[in-house]
Design a protein around this ligand. Sequence first.
Ligand code: PLP
Length: 374
Amino acid sequence: MPINRLNIRIEPLANPRPARLPEALGFGRRFTNRMFTQRYSPEQGWHDAAITAYQPLALDPASAVLHCGQDVFEGIKAYLRPDGRINLFRIDQHMARFNCSASRMGMPHIDAELHIEAIKALLGLEHEWIPSQRGAALYIRPVMVSSETTLEVRASQTFLHFIILSPVGPYFGSGLSPVPVFISHDYVRAVRGGTGEAKTTANYAGSLLATEQARAKGFQQVLWLDAVERRLVEEVGGMNIAFVYDGKRISTPALSGSILPGVTRDSILRLAPDHGFEATEDRIDVNEMLADIESGRITEVFAMGTGAVIGPVGRFRYKDKDYVINDNQTGPVAQRLFDILTDIQYGRIADRYGWTQSMDIVNETACLQRSASA
Ligand SMILES: Cc1ncc(COP(=O)(O)O)c(C=O)c1O
């Protein structure tokens, strides 16, 4: 099957860098040789799809995105399987969320199938950059920004869509080590009716000050409460959160309109019952939650997201008081779910949920090269 149905123009690289990856990759600090771009205008729709050398974007200083922040993005991972093929994890869900985010931000949709083909085309050319060390992956960052040159406060007419790739290590470093989390009372991330359930940069920009203040106090992340009563637990940093009750029930905040519907969160909710855990979506009051930590009813807390997959929380601080969870150790439920989910993602066990798409690199690349030279 030809994979270049988008009619992507593939430009030759003048000086491709060899994919030499250090052992410690960090997260999102280095990028591969190529990127994908296409443009949107009301007259032409999406057009001018190209895979070019990775390069700076030329943006007019009056580009709408720099003034109104009309943009959306995604974070997906490609994993190297033991058989040398590549697994894409729930890429359809990420694509669907990209378009939901675009709707919320008043932006055009992208054809999901073609967008996925573009990702595969890029991966076909850049597969040497997929790291092989345990816990590492190739992070895929699709972005759409408004590109019209105007200072008027209104939706842009033109847009740029680009995709870049970054070889990454585990988000929180090696292994599953619990992180300390500061519960923010003064700042909120999102409000119902706002943009919290869209993946748009404004949500992250608004979270940075509180996160930096928490970091200065020795905390790695911030737990966000609802913006109205500042009582209901929402998310932790750029991840969803789950609480384990009595080692058996996994409870995560129900989607409220201000929580990003995480793909990892959804995967855990679906996996957990197949492995003997009850999984529920609830309204979680911060005071009750902290009392449950103190009484020992909550046995584990963990964050869920594409970057870290699962990140245990070892300690909360709320209004000057500390609450230690599971002796600041990674608990068995977090470890078990992490092992199962990453085994599926890396293709180490069978994927009975149909979440992974495997790419045969040799064939896909040959196919691409044929269509590029046609
Ligand atoms: C605010 C926020 N919440 C939750 C998540 C987790 O989502 P996912 O599991 O799809 O990566 C992310 C990451 O994209 C995020 O940025």
